[in-house]
Ligand binder design. Structure first.
Ligand SMILES: [Fe+2]
Length: 314
């Protein structure tokens, strides 16, 4: 056996047709079960975005967007907070309009502070602090602030970029404009607490959906949005799932998470990432009900029957 002979098929480089008769044949590459499944991807960073939040909220900041971008760490050729999800903060000064047109199938917007309105196609939604909007992708949005405003905006742009596909044409997105007011979400959370739950139910989260996504319990086929909460002294049972979680800390004094055994202290308005499959629990040592808004790529895993949810404390 010569020295250059591979020891096993794992040592083979990508093979090509020796004598291609066309460009199409020349483009073909051949791998095998030894060398095709050893691609090493970098792990999903599980840190928090506090600088982007501080910049968006800083008094001197002009109207602009701040992406929570980990594309370098993820080795992605497009902006991404996690492989399929991108979060941003938007600052919009009073009387300014910020126009966005994300290459996504839909857009989730939470109002951190301020009030104003968003025009999307024929519809105009008037929003205030604590409201949440879901907007269809493929249509430009004009966000006009009445008072100095900060928004948290999450999309599935990386999912479309990964596939190299365009956003849906106008009118063909999987959602219409949907408005969840802060007051109604509070009422719905109070209802959840007043009825109570068993220990087999994973937390006291309010899951947001819409008429068109009612069957999926999502806001978009792939994105799941939950307003999660934790009472003072509460601990969410340690669990894991295959979806990644991108969360905005709304109220979380003296709260922390434990992710794969590591403590992560919460900071208000930070965006935190819980990597897919990581074991995690949340702890509220404060005196107020903790609130955190979670966007997950859960729809993909439900659809593929691969959510992999499990409690890990038994
Ligand atoms: Fe979770």
């Amino acid at each position: 056996m010569s020295e250059s002979m591979p020891r096993t098929i794992a040592d083979l480089p990508a093979q090509r047709a020796a004598t291609p008769r066309s460009k199409a044949e020349a483009r073909a590459r051949y791998f095998n079960s030894g060398n095709a499944f050893n691609v090493k991807l970098s792990p999903i960073p599980g840190d928090s975005f506090t600088e982007e939040a501080a910049l968006a909220l800083h008094p001197d900041t002009r109207s602009t967007l701040f992406a929570c971008d980990r594309s370098r760490e993820l080795q992605c050729p497009f902006p991404a907070t996690t492989p399929l999800v991108l979060a941003r903060y938007a600052r919009i000064l009073a009387n300014d309009t910020l126009c966005t047109n994300f290459a996504a199938s839909g857009v989730v917007v939470y109002v951190i502070r301020g009030d104003g309105s968003t025009r999307c196609g024929e519809e105009n939604v008037v929003w205030a602090t604590g409201d949440l909007l879901v907007l269809p992708g493929g249509i430009a949005q004009a966000h006009t602030a009445t008072s100095d405003s900060v928004l948290w905006i999450v999309t599935n742009e990386p999912q479309l970029s990964f596939e190299g596909v365009r956003p849906p044409a106008a009118g063909e997105a999987p959602t219409d404009v949907v408005h969840f007011t802060g007051a109604e979400m509070e009422k719905q959370i109070d209802l959840i607490y007043s009825i109570g739950r068993t220990n087999e139910i994973a937390g006291s989260a309010l899951i947001l959906s819409s008429d068109r996504q009612e069957a999926s319990r999502n806001v978009l086929p792939t994105l799941t949005v939950a307003m999660n909460s934790l009472p003072p002294g509460g601990v969410q049972r340690p669990h894991r799932h295959n979806s990644v979680a991108v969360a905005l800390i709304i109220q979380g004094e003296n709260c922390h998470s434990v992710v794969d055994g590591k403590r992560k202290d919460w900071a208000q308005w930070a965006t935190t990432v819980t990597p897919a499959t990581a074991t995690h629990s949340h702890v509220n040592n404060g005196s107020e009900r903790a609130k955190f808004l979670i966007v997950q790529d859960g729809g993909i895993y439900y659809h593929t029957r691969a959510m992999g949810f499990e409690f890990v404390d038994r």
